[in-house]
Every structure is written in C-alpha cells, then in structure tokens.
Design a protein around this ligand. Structure first.
Ligand code: SOE
Length: 392
C-alpha cells in the first residue's frame, strides 16, 4: 500500500523467521493506521536459503529478495537495513549498513557483548544515520501511559521495581540445542533474551541503573544436538549430546541512580509461564502493575484514594487518551503483541522524516548491554558490579 505524495523509506530486511514475520506485518500496518509523512516500503528481504527467502518474500509481500546481505546493503534502492538475524550477526551487518549510509533498525539485544554494541553505536553516529533497537514492549499503550503517570509525578518518588520475565519452553531436557542456547550465536541465554526486556522497561520507567548483583544458572548442562530449528522450536538430530553454554535463568538485584532498588528474574524454567513479562513499581504516592500477557491493562493504586475504596484498579488502556490506542479501534476493542511493533515503527518513520533517532536507539542498546554485562560479571565474580566501571 503506497500512499500518494508520501516520502518512502525502502526497507531491506535480513532474516525472515519469527521476528521477520512480526516486522513485515508491522511495516504494512503503519500507513494503514497512522498518518506518518513517511511510509515504509517492503523493498527486499534477505536470507541465505534461496527457496526459503523467496517463499517468505512472496508470502509477506516483499517486492524482491536477496541471498547475500552484503549485496542488499550495496543496493541503491534501500534506505534502511532491518536486522532480525540471530545475535552473532548484528554487529557486522549494522556497521556495514551504517558505513554504506543506510539507516539501521536492529533486533534486541543490540549485540553479544558491550564492546560490540559500542562499536555499533560509534558506526551509526559517525555515519549520521538514524538508528533504533526493537525493545517493542515499551510501545504497549499501557506502558506508555505508565510512563506518563511517572513523568507527571502521579507515583511520586519511585522506591521499587519488581520485574520478572518467565518462560518455560526449554524445560524438557530433550529439547535440543537451538541457536538460542549456543553462546557463539546468541551471547547469553534467558539473560540477553528476556532480562534485556525487563532492563529496558526499568530504564524507561524508573531510570538508569547504578549497580547490580546477580546469579546466573544453567540447570540442564547437556542437550541433544539440533538438526534443524526455527524460532522457538527445534528437532534433535540423534542421541548425540552437546554442552549448553548459556544461562537457563538469571536473577539479580539492582540499585538505580535515583535511589530506587529493583529485583529482576528471567528464566526459561518457570513451568506454566509461557511468556510472563511482568513488573510492579511502587512509589511514594502510588503503585502500578503490568502483565504482558494482558498487555492492554495497567493496574494502578493511588495512596490518596478515598479510605475504604483503596486498592489496585484495572485501567484498560484502549481509550483515545492512551498513547497509540486511538489509532486502532473504539475503546475496549483490544490490541495485541503485533501492535507494539507497529507503534515503534511509527516512531522510526517519524525519526527518518525529521532526522533524529527515536528512543530506544543504539544509545539505549549500549546502556542495556552494560547492565547485562555487569550482571554476568557479578555472577562470575560473586560481587556487586557498578555500571560506571563496566562502561569504562
Ligand atoms: C523468545 O524467548 C522470545 O521470543 C524473545 O526473543 C522475545 O524478545 C520475547 O518478546 C518473547 O520471547
């Protein structure tokens, strides 16, 4: 769908599985629901397997495809490179894209190490391209509304954040060694995959981290070698086993620059929890609670509510007044996971139009990576680690 008289941003996306599907769908919906001056065009999809990428491109509405990402980056008809590959490819692709003058939008976590993420930030800044990272949960209307409540002092001084990101998809010891369990490909396990989201929400809502103390654990040390994998599933090839070299769970406590303290738990071993991204924040004047499996709702509690009627109440953040919600359906006609991507891309298109990198961008990516790395060091050294030290 190409709008009349609209400036176009021609996307070249690398990768086409789970996140590729989410991004492809969201690009198509941006001009459908929003009136951005700039609109995305699904110019070219890239993947190594020609049959697979061709089929995905046709199904998801891409105009062309490539099998070599370097060729994609060289193409004059591409303005933005979208990286939805496994984590080990982020750094090389992002730096090459920036050097070729393309804007860059990257999946989370930004990289596998802080050092890689810093190089990525340096490259986008040096080449003056627009950059963003996909911490999509920020863009649930309830989260944006929570941010407004905090910024307008409705909760007062923040004391606590209690964040958990709980999944259970690898609890079966026979579940194979997919790429998300291979350190060479993903950098870390539940830590970079799940805790990274909680860290982003905490930075967005509470503020910057000061220091952390954590533990990381791998419960199942060996798993069957994988024959083929896709997204969150995989098929074991034989009885041959390989070592699991990433964490199954990471737990940490944190102190923030503004004096708040936080507890964080990310695990793939919380039986019964399929995608439990949740938190509670307590301030001097009130509290909020959010559960990503019920993402339209924000629970709020205010201390100055009438005595006898005090308690958490549930706000369904689907009204015109709630950020992004008005673009979709009438009140209480709920939206879902895919809309968080659309909302983020609305900002990305606006940034490209006006020449700025909306948050979360690579600066946020680096700060997030610093917290991830500080927790890893803390777990190894059995000590508190300050973010300032890790950033040096
Ligand atoms: C898998 O654990 C996963 O898909 C993550 O990679 C996403 O970032 C998260 O939103 C849902 O779970």
């Amino acid at each position: 769908m190409v709008g009349v008289n609209k400036k176009q941003v021609r996307i070249g996306m690398i990768g086409y599985k789970f996140m590729g599907k989410a991004h492809s769908h969201a690009y198509r919906d941006v001009p459908f629901y929003f009136d951005n001056k700039v609109e995305p065009v699904l110019q070219a999809l890239c993947g190594r397997n020609e049959e697979g990428v061709k089929e995905a491109a046709e199904k998801m509405g891409w105009l062309s495809y490539e099998t070599d990402w370097r060729k994609l980056i060289e193409r004059a008809d591409i303005d933005l490179i979208d990286i939805v590959t496994p984590n080990n490819a982020h750094t090389e692709i992002a730096i090459a894209a920036a050097e070729a003058g393309k804007h860059v939008y990257c999946e989370k976590p930004l990289a596998m190490t802080l050092e890689q993420s810093k190089r990525m930030l340096e490259a986008v800044e040096k080449n003056g391209v627009i950059h963003m990272i996909n911490y999509n949960y920020r863009f649930a209307p309830a989260i944006q509304f929570a941010k407004k409540l905090i910024d307008t002092d409705r909760l007062g001084k923040i004391y606590h954040i209690r964040a958990t990101y709980l999944q259970d998809w690898i609890m079966d010891p026979k579940f194979p060694l997919v790429w998300r369990l291979d350190k060479e490909v993903c950098g870390s396990g539940s830590h970079g995959d799940l805790a990274a989201h909680s860290i982003d929400l905490a930075r967005f809502l509470v503020g910057e981290f000061k220091e952390v103390s954590g533990i990381m654990e791998t419960f199942i040390k060996q798993r069957p070698i994988v024959e083929s994998s896709s997204g969150l599933s995989g098929k074991a090839s034989s009885d041959k086993m390989g070592d699991v070299n990433v964490d199954d769970a990471s737990v940490f406590i944190a102190r923030f620059e503004n004096g708040a303290i936080g507890t964080f738990e990310a695990t793939r071993f919380a039986g019964g929890n399929r995608n439990g991204n949740r938190f509670e924040i307590n301030g001097e004047k009130g509290s909020i609670r959010w559960d990503g499996e019920n993402m339209n709702n924000l629970q709020v509690y205010f201390h100055d509510d009438e005595p006898g009627l005090q308690g958490f109440r549930t706000i369904n953040c689907t009204e015109e007044i709630h950020p992004y919600a008005g673009a979709y359906w009438p009140t209480a006609h709920i939206i879902g996971y895919e809309h968080t991507f659309i909302n983020l891309m609305v900002e990305l298109m606006d940034g490209i139009d006006k020449g700025y990198s909306p948050s979360p961008n690579f600066v946020d990516g680096v700060k997030n990576q610093a917290v991830l790395e500080a927790v890893e060091q803390s777990s190894r050294r059995k000590q508190w680690v300050s973010i300032e030290t890790i950033m040096q």
